[in-house]
Ligand binder design. Structure first.
Ligand SMILES: [Zn+2]
Length: 495
């Protein structure tokens, strides 16, 4: 049962992420994501990526035959790429129904349908879209897995000129169109990429070779390829087009890598330059956490929302969604190891806050509030938004007692009391945005950010730095609270 619930939650995640990504793409103007035949089994997802500098367009076509996984898995890795120069049109899964069935075809072989116009099956409709995309491209790669290993000479039934594996295929070695004057040296292009691919292949039996199908020749052994995407691209659109074939028998990971090396080789050849990754350092922002209370159905709690629970409830942060996918952690203030509190169960005996972090940056908070004791028993869990409050409050722990104190008030302590600034209560502004600094005390000595929440402050004689006390008299200290480097509050500590 529990598994089932988790499963549902994760499905929601993916749908959410998906919508989010599609949405942000349309904003960036550098990429478009289009779904053709939405809602049909043969939905076709097309990703167009434009670099910041204009250049040539390479079309990467994967999954035209559903039992050749290396092609669509490799193409898929280019759907989210960022480019510095040039453009990509990525169709990772041209024939999605055949992928779901892990079959070469459903009604007809989609890669034999580029010469005709007969309507009827969905394959025709998809091919019509693919043809339009090919017309927008300067080069086409059709990614496949082939049986056996191609060799120019006959070696064995699995290694001979009729086999496809470990080759880059062109329909001719040199293409010349007398009418337009277009000339394309496909053999030279393929061979320069093959050289790059082969750098990564250690077994000499698995080296890639150029495979000229001579598809238009009268004596060709590959007449059926006249209906293929590459043949259409070369003879109708006059653009270079290649089939990239990894040998079916090799391990999947190797096959995918070979395709990636080939794609990268052709990108290089076309002057298409990927963006260096990791330079988009946008501010990390939590969207929501998925929290389970007493192993109940997980709840979605948005950033700055309050989850009402009962004292003593067991909380588990199952997951979170932010504008980053990696480096995320949760820290339940006052509880846990101070490292990652995600996917761990904690009994909550004090109202507190869960801080979302991306690496060491805080990126959002959700609050755990207690239901009033008299209604606690029959109340259900609920989520509410933060209230606007005009003044800050401080949540302090003196020895073992918790106090909520107003901004600019005085707190009387005896020398030797152990003080912990647990948190700020700050209404609609995330408490993590503030810096709370006990002047005369350093929490993190290696990296003094000024932030002193969570540390045990020893108030014994000579433990604090006298020069920071008010009038340097060691009798009165203060806590300074700032937001965006501007002081917005103070709390006085009197001895
Ligand atoms: Zn194939």
């Amino acid at each position: 049962m529990k598994e089932k619930i988790k499963y549902k939650v994760f499905i929601c995640f993916y749908v959410f992420c998906f919508i989010f990504i599609a949405h942000s793409f349309s904003f960036a103007q550098k990429r478009t994501y289009t779904v053709f035949f939405e809602g049909e089994d043969n939905e076709l997802h097309v990703y167009k990526v434009n670099g910041t500098e204009p250049g040539k367009t390479l079309m990467i076509l994967g999954g035209i035959q559903g039992d050749e996984a290396a092609g669509f898995l490799a193409a898929d890795r280019y759907a989210d790429i960022s480019l510095k120069k040039g453009s990509l049109i990525v169709v990772p899964r041209a024939n999605f129904p055949s992928i779901l069935k892990q079959e070469r075809k459903i009604n007809e072989d989609m890669n034999r349908k580029f010469s005709g116009h007969d309507a009827g099956h969905y394959e025709t409709k998809v091919v019509e879209v693919l043809k339009k995309l090919i017309k927008e491209s300067d080069c086409l790669l059709n990614l496949h897995e082939g049986s056996g290993i191609f060799s120019e000479k006959w070696n064995s039934p699995m290694r001979n000129p009729k086999r496809f594996g470990q080759s880059i295929i062109a329909d001719t070695a040199f293409f010349e169109d007398k009418k337009t004057g277009v000339q394309i040296d496909l053999e030279a292009m393929a061979k320069s990429v093959i050289k790059e691919v082969n750098k990564h292949i250690t077994n000499p039996e698995h080296l890639f070779h150029f495979n000229n199908h001579g598809t238009a020749d009268t004596d060709t052994i590959h007449k059926e390829q006249r209906g293929s995407a590459t043949y259409y691209a070369l003879y109708q659109c006059k653009i270079p087009a290649f089939g990239v074939e990894s040998a079916k028998a090799l391990p999947l990971e190797q096959k995918v890598k070979q395709h990636i090396y080939a794609i990268n080789g052709f990108m290089d050849l076309m002057g298409i330059i990927p963006e260096t990754p990791g330079i988009d350092l946008k501010k990390p922002e939590l969207q929501y956490m998925i929290i389970s209370v007493n192993d109940s159905v997980p709840m979605v709690v948005g950033t700055m929302q309050h989850l009402k629970i009962n004292k003593g409830d067991i909380i588990e942060v199952l997951d979170m969604v932010a504008n980053y996918k990696r480096g995320l952690s949760a820290d339940i203030i006052g509880i846990g190891s101070g490292f990652n509190d995600m996917r761990k169960k904690f009994v909550i005996n004090e109202e507190t806050r869960i801080v979302a972090k991306k690496d060491y940056y805080t990126c959002g908070s959700i609050f755990l509030d207690f239901l009033p004791a008299d209604i606690a028993k029959e109340s259900k869990l609920s989520v509410s938004d933060s209230k606007a409050i005009s003044i800050l409050k401080y949540k302090l722990k003196v020895n073992e007692t918790i106090h909520i104190v107003e901004n600019y008030s005085h707190v009387k302590l005896k020398r030797g009391d152990k003080l912990v600034i647990l948190d700020l209560i700050s209404g609609k502004i995330d408490p993590s945005e503030y810096v709370v600094n006990f002047k005369g005390f350093v929490g993190n000595k290696r990296n003094n950010t000024g932030e002193d929440r969570g540390y045990i402050i020893d108030t014994s004689k000579n433990a604090l730095m006298k020069k920071y006390s008010i009038n340097k008299q060691d009798k009165q200290y203060y806590i300074s609270t700032s937001l965006n480097d501007k002081e917005v509050g103070k709390l006085f500590i009197d001895f």
